[in-house]
Design a protein around this ligand. Structure first.
Ligand code: HEC
Length: 200
């Protein structure tokens, strides 16, 4: 246990350092052997980092050319709705935006998660409690309209925020299966539907 604590402290001190680093590898080994997956809180969520996560931990800031290359690869993996329908129900979207629950060990595998958007964004004018890590999305659709370009950009941003900002701190909702396709459509409507309170 002492060894594990030391390894974790080291990982934190080095910003969950580069995978090439021996100590970091040792720490990952210890986490794999000592931590148990429970429900959707899997050990792999901590230990198995993809190329872009590793790059963002290793180099700060990422060289612009490298960031562009990684973003392009993320954008390629975005899945757009098969039925071509991007808009769901903004009322359901508002509930998803307000809901910060999910992906914890106490949740059942496969249960629906919240989007927790208000933790980082202002969205509606009525909500007084919101975070400001991300920009305000109030009047998002009113200001941008809903051209095909805006709709596709918004979908891709929600699906995989790192497609436009390599080391974005916004969760990759579609890419990581945090939200279902239907939930993403509902959140899209919250942002873009002219009837949504966001655009009033
Ligand atoms: C942990 C914080 C965090 C959460 C949670 C989060 N976002 Fe973000 N979001 C950001 C940050 C930071 C940015 C701006 C930097 C960037 O693009 O990565 C951003 C950018 C965006 C943008 C692009 C804005 C623009 O001007 O183009 C949209 C749209 C967006 N978020 C929607 C959402 C929605 C909808 C949710 C919930 C389903 C959500 N975000 C949840 C942090 C977050």
């Amino acid at each position: 246990m002492k060894q594990l604590k030391m390894a974790l402290a080291l990982m934190l001190a080095t910003g969950v350092a580069c995978a090439a680093d021996d100590m970091s590898r040792a720490a990952v080994g210890l986490i794999k052997s000592d931590f148990k997956s429970k429900g959707p809180a899997t050990v792999e969520r901590v230990t198995d980092r993809d190329e872009i996560q590793q790059a963002c931990s290793a180099e700060k800031p990422l060289p612009p050319a490298k960031a562009k290359k990684l973003e392009a690869a993320q954008l390629k993996s975005v899945k757009y709705p098969a039925d071509g329908q991007y808009m769901g129900d903004w009322k359901a979207g508002e509930k998803i935006a307000q809901n910060g629950r999910g992906m914890q060990s106490s949740d059942k595998s496969g249960s629906e998660n919240g989007g927790n958007c208000y933790a980082c964004h202002q969205i509606s004018k009525e909500e007084i409690s919101f975070g400001n890590i991300g920009p305000s999305l109030y009047q998002y659709g009113k200001l941008r309209g809903n051209s095909e370009e805006v709709v596709k950009y918004t979908w891709a941003k929600l699906f995989n925020a790192q497609a436009y900002n390599a080391c974005s701190r916004m969760p990759r909702f579609g890419h990581n299966g945090v939200l279902t396709e239907q939930q993403m459509k509902d959140v899209m409507a919250l942002l873009l539907d002219p009837q949504s309170p966001v655009n009033k």
